[in-house]
Design a protein around this ligand. Sequence first.
Ligand code: FEO
Length: 572
Amino acid sequence: MVVEIAKRRLTMQTVEIAPKTTAIRSLDWDRDRFDIEFGLQNGTTYNSFLIQGAKTALIDTSHEKFRQLYLDMLMGLIDPAKLDYLIVSHTEPDHSGLVKDVLALAPNVTVVGSKVAIQFLENWVHQPFTQQIVKNGDRLDLGNGHVLEFVIAPNLHWPDTIFTYDAKTQILYTCDAFGMHYCDDHTFDQDLDLIAADFRYYYDCLMGPNARSVLSALKRMSELPTISTIATGHGPLLHHNVTELVDCYRQWSQAQAKAETTVAVFYISDYGFSDRISQAIAHGITKTGIAVEMMDLKSADPQEVRELVNLAAGLVIGTPPIAGPDAAIHTALNTILAAAKAKQSVGIFESGGGEGESVYPLLAKFRDLGLRPAFPPILIKDTPKPFVYKLCEEAGTDLGQWLSRERSVKQLKALDNDMEKALGRISSGLYILTTQQDNLSSAMVASWVAQASFKPLGVTVAVARDRAIESLLHVGDRFVLNVLEEGNYQKLMKHFLQRFAPGADRFAGVKTYSATNGCPILADALAYMECEVSSRTECGDHWLIYSTVKVGRVSKPDALTAVHHRKVGNYY
Ligand code: FEO
């Protein structure tokens, strides 16, 4: 029997991006929906940079899957033994996966990083290395005009992150920040239309939950001289749209930071899947307009932990199966327990496998203190699959919706005026939107649906930002629009309007069959259309999803579409 193993496409690119400055880009064309932030499935790149002044510095390495390709490329550019500095912007393995290999080739290299980064590296490489800890504003002169200045940028995306600015080339190296998971041959951002959705999605998943840290980093960046290029760790480098894209980060982060309510999300940056799970939950929370502050339990200062717990309305805590062995984590958990207040909401997840289940005793302690569990404990034993990330995102949204419920009721009451009543006279049909991608499925009742174009045949659907289905409606995604029938829609409406638990199967007990695009058609619908998302436009608290219609069918030619009449315009 011949077994064909699909080869992942991994390629390399080197480009001289400025005098004596080379980008070494590891192109991962097929990186798919493994982590939540890769949801758009456009691959990714891992970018490393070589600066050759009188002395030579390498900024970050690559993912270990590129070991041979990357090291061959590096050795083709320089003799690694002559490297003077290895600057580690951030220790997550997608950038530092080959640090040990570089140390083996360059035993005399000085590793430069933040205090936290050096600590993380020491715990990881288990061998002595020459090190230099840098603080905000510290400089390193490589000679020939390449004077590097360091900017401390914690939480973008771990607490260890630094940016590096080269005064000679006006390049700012930012690792995760300003990146995107997008892979193509273009080194730079010349086609903004092509990358805009990926830039935004990456921000929402990775940076939005750290909006206040983004604003602090932007403030520090504003104190630097001109920045002509932002050399990110993922995707194309920003050169043609630096001002515009930095401004996007500012606007999006200001909007997040304005939120009146905050949830504290505690995680362990380098343990199991704690980081990615916390990110999915945080993403779900921010969809509801609630701010998130993330904090790494291992490196956090007890005073910072106390302050964050004090200001938060909700707490999310990621624990290892047994919290005991690591003293720092143990101390941080005790600090959270001591500072927690009755009436706060709490959600706990456990990641990293193993048999221990510290999550239940911990939750019991919070209950005893009077905190309200926001979602059932989430236990992650194996590598999380997409449906686990989806469940986590929905758990975060549940928590956010609970915390914003009073504000929503107040807004509803405050807006009940003539204008709202007039707006309420806009009527529409009733529909159920259904979708299925691999093992992920979702559905929602939709009434803000309208035909939007003849050529091509297209429709728009307005989807609230905190809807679970929203994350399955990106450009290229497919769905079915089921049209409900006048006089025969109550059962389906009742089913799909119920409040589903995070990750629950929306189709249990509902008769469906599969459309050619793989999404469920409701057997009791009057008609259906198979659609593909062409674009998404942000409209306040909704996304307006424009989609082309590929296939459609009516089951009862004489029946009428159910009509939705409202009284006020500030509710569906
Ligand atoms: Fe791309 Fe947080 O590493």
